[in-house]
Design a protein around this ligand. Structure first.
Ligand SMILES: Cc1ncc(COP(=O)(O)O)c(C=O)c1O
Length: 295
């Protein structure tokens, strides 16, 4: 919705407040309270266990994710909701490193969100394979992409400065060098047009509690490009990752089914976050720009 007054009317805001903190927590959509009430009283209260299927909770990691997928230019069936953004960063990086097993350099920038860098440091430590995490100034990223690079891991928009990386150009340069790309869209998904497929991004991750207005505790999302979808193996698969009849015992093979949704489900570590995600099902907006206001 492009009419700001109409868009603003969809949200409950404290009186006399100009809210510019959507980069941390998006405001409450007016429709959310009724939706949560319905989820609690009718779906959970009356359906109990049958709600997993009758209320559609089980399908939500992919159905709602495909709505986010449309906002970020993803192909249907290649985005999934679940876990936290930090977990998704960890999973994407682990899977990306496995796709380029002969390389050891991970490149990011000093404007990246600290927890993304902490996740990379933690993964490097636990893998103990001699990975080298290079943190350079944002404007120097392109100059550090070379044939040693395994993974380029960046946050597209720096919420502190509004600086936005050129996703298409950096992805192309990384691919020309034989590297894999991971884009953190926490400050771009829902705030500005994003085109992961058009840019050729390999992995993209983001959260739904900022510009997607999912509320505190709302789940994260991950996109895995179709070209690497089969090869990319994300660690910590559980719950939805298992074939339905094998959830109670260890399953080593892929979940059955070769369509996008079945493989996307293998990227969840959790059962559906049905209640917080119920608010994500309300309208997503672009009310607040990731860039600082110009006046
Ligand atoms: C760019 C970016 N990446 C990662 C995170 C970490 O998200 P979470 O704490 O939900 O895992 C945040 C949180 O604000 C963020 O803004």
């Amino acid at each position: 919705m492009r009419d700001f007054t109409q868009t603003k009317a969809l949200f409950q805001m404290p009186a006399d407040m100009i809210y510019l903190d959507g980069n941390s927590l998006g405001p409450l959509p007016r429709a959310a309270a009724a939706r949560i009430h319905d989820c609690v009283t009718r779906e959970w209260g009356e359906m109990v266990i049958t709600g997993w299927n009758r209320a559609g909770w089980m399908a939500q990691p992919t159905t709602y994710a495909d709505r986010i997928g449309r906002l970020i230019g993803a192909e249907p069936g290649h985005t999934v909701l679940g876990d936290t953004l930090s977990v998704k960063v960890y999973q994407a990086l682990a899977a990306a490193l496995d796709l380029v097993p002969d390389r050891r350099v991970i490149l990011t920038d000093s404007g990246n969100f600290p927890s993304d860098i902490y996740m990379a440091e933690g993964l490097i430590k636990s893998l103990d394979r001699g990975y080298d995490l290079r943190v350079v100034a944002p404007e120097d990223v392109a100059d550090h992409i070379d044939s040693d690079l395994a993974v380029l891991m960046l946050t597209q928009v720096d919420y502190r400065t509004g600086r936005m990386h050129d996703m298409a150009a950096l992805t192309q340069k990384a691919h020309d060098a034989g590297a894999i790309t991971i884009w953190d869209l926490a400050h771009s998904a829902g705030a500005l047009p994003v085109d992961v497929a058009g840019c050729g991004a390999d992995f993209a991750v983001g959260c739904t509690y900022k510009y997607l207005n999912g509320g505190p505790g709302a789940p994260a999302f991950i996109y895995v490009a179709p070209a690497i979808s089969t090869a990319a193996s994300l660690p910590y698969r559980a719950g939805l990752a298992m074939p339905p009849l094998s959830r109670s015992r260890r399953a080593t093979g892929p979940a059955p089914g070769s369509n996008g949704c079945a493989s996307a489900r293998r990227r969840c570590c959790n059962s559906p976050h049905s209640m917080p995600r119920s608010t994500s099902g309300t309208r997503s907006t672009c009310t607040i720009s990731a860039r600082p206001p110009s006046h």
